[in-house]
Design a protein around this ligand. Structure first.
Ligand code: 5GP
Ligand code: ZN
Length: 136
């Protein structure tokens, strides 16, 4: 299903042109318009899901194999030294476009980027409480 006024619905379904790296029945992989490194790309499902909370299991199950395939190809073609794969959910987590997408970020030894979230500091007891809250 597409959603009116969703830019990634329009891009994924070819209504707005994009620098497409790969396309199949379910996905389009495009270059990010404001890349954080050379080759920064996005996996977009053609159907609209707001984010990880809403994506259906069968689409979700195809995302990681596609990410792996793209990472292998892009590493070969771009000669990058590593790779970050991530996706953001809701504003607090940095989501700015509310159509599920997976970021593919090639990393280079000299790219001067970082990917660091400092530890928030938790005691063993606090870790136990968190585990209990999740599994309880
Ligand atoms: P988010 O912050 O939601 O995880 O990521 C949104 C990403 O989409 C950003 O990296 C941003 O640069 C990219 N982006 C936003 N609008 C467009 C667009 O119209 N075309 C392309 N190719 N990328 C976009
Ligand atoms: Zn959409």
């Amino acid at each position: 299903m597409r959603e009116e006024d969703c830019i990634f619905c329009k891009i994924a379904n070819g209504e707005i042109p994009s620098r497409t790296l790969y396309e199949d029945d379910d996905f389009r992989v495009i270059l990010d318009l404001n890349p954080v490194t050379k080759g920064h790309a996005l996996i977009l499902p053609k159907d609209h899901y707001r984010n990880l909370y809403e994506i259906d299991d069968s689409t979700a199950a195809k995302v990681l194999p596609l990410a792996r395939k793209m990472a292998v190809t892009m590493t070969e073609k771009l000669g990058c030294d590593g790779f970050n794969v991530f996706q953001n959910n809701n504003e607090i987590a940095g989501q700015t476009v509310f159509h599920f997408h997976m970021h593919l970020v090639p990393r280079y030894d000299d790219d001067s980027q970082s990917f660091v979230m400092p530890p928030c500091g938790m005691t063993e007891e606090q870790l136990d409480a968190v585990r209990d809250a999740i599994v309880g």
